[in-house]
Design a protein around this ligand. Structure first.
Ligand SMILES: C[S@@+](CC[C@H](N)C(=O)[O-])C[C@H]1O[C@@H](n2cnc3c(N)ncnc32)[C@H](O)[C@@H]1O
Length: 298
């Protein structure tokens, strides 16, 4: 990843690899752009440049910028919304980079009502699965359950391979606010809405109506709370009246919880099989728990 891409993906500053190819003017332009949304990150990047003694001809500008940010603290940044760029390996022959931008709150671990401001690891694994299995999705109508930031559906839109995309979450505030903004950030909403290809809507499991014209259901990190499993599994069962399979990416934080999900799924007569598993992700260095993709069918 080149230097600018590392900055947009908010690579931890101690891991940034500075290269000789990036001209200072280019770096400067992007530092200023990113500063508009994340001053604390740029403060840390400038400090690293100063510590390493890089860009000697431009130290005046670097020092001046750094001084303007001296009072900015990590806490200041916590209350602000950042935008993170996730890069994916493109399997196309053209050289265009494939990435999705997502509005996030840095360091948000978990808090009720705020999951829309954090991309969970299970969705990144599901994105890799989608990329590796594009043919499965081609020309199909896809429903995403509990989409959160919407990263999987945004990737599907960017790939331009599916027909209709129902992007849903039970949190209507998230759907009308953060989700719309994330689609807009990636410049895909307006164009697709005109063609009625993308529908962002609330879907509370086992309560709201399931669209009838769906082929595949996807969901990431929606198996974190066993009290939701009855509703979730009923919802999956309803989906399978219309579609061929549900692909659920699950972070195995607690084996008992996931066993309970599997057992409720089976008790409702559905088949469930593990089709992928990982303990590593390119986007997150320290993965605390394995992630599994389950294929659920009738
Ligand atoms: C841990 S987040 C995962 C978000 C996203 N899929 C990701 O992996 O980044 C779980 C999501 O499920 C949604 N959710 C929780 N309970 C739900 C329910 N009963 N019906 C629909 N969505 C629900 C939440 O609003 C939240 O966005």
């Amino acid at each position: 990843m080149d230097l600018i891409d590392q900055l947009y993906s908010r690579c931890p500053v101690d891991q940034i690899r500075f290269d000789k190819e990036t001209p200072f003017e280019t770096l400067q332009e992007h530092l200023l752009k990113i500063k508009d949304i994340n001053e604390y990150y740029i403060k840390k990047v400038l400090k690293k440049i100063i510590d390493l003694g890089l860009y000697e001809d431009d130290t005046d500008w670097i020092y001046d910028e750094y001084v303007t940010l001296l009072n900015v603290t990590e806490q200041d940044q916590y209350s602000k919304i950042d935008s993170i760029r996730y890069f994916f390996d493109s399997t196309d022959n053209n050289n265009d980079k494939l990435y999705v931008d997502i509005y996030e709150k840095p360091n948000l671990i978990s808090a009720s009502g705020t999951t829309g401001f954090r991309t969970w690891e299970a969705s990144l694994f599901l994105c890799s699965y989608i990329l590796a299995n594009k043919q499965l999705f081609e020309g199909n109508n896809v429903l995403e359950l509990g989409c959160g930031t919407g990263i999987c559906s945004i990737l599907l839109s960017k790939l331009n391979i599916i027909n209709e995309n129902y992007v849903t979450d039970g949190d209507s505030e998230l759907v009308s606010n953060q989700l719309v903004k994330n689609f807009e950030l990636n410049d895909i909403l307006l164009k697709n809405r005109e063609q009625k290809k993308i529908k962002l809507q609330r879907l509370w499991w086992n309560e709201d109506t399931i669209p009838s014209d769906i082929d595949i259901v996807i969901g990431a990190d929606i198996t974190f709370d066993s009290t939701l499993f009855d509703a979730l599994c009923q919802c999956l069962l309803q989906c399978l009246q219309n579609c061929s399979m549900c692909l659920i990416s699950a972070t195995i934080r607690n084996q008992e919880t996931i066993d309970s999900f599997i057992s409720i799924t089976k008790s409702l007569g559905m088949r469930i099989e593990e089709i992928e598993r990982t303990t590593t992700l390119k986007h997150k260095k320290n993965l605390l728990a394995p992630i599994v993709i389950y294929k659920i069918t009738k």
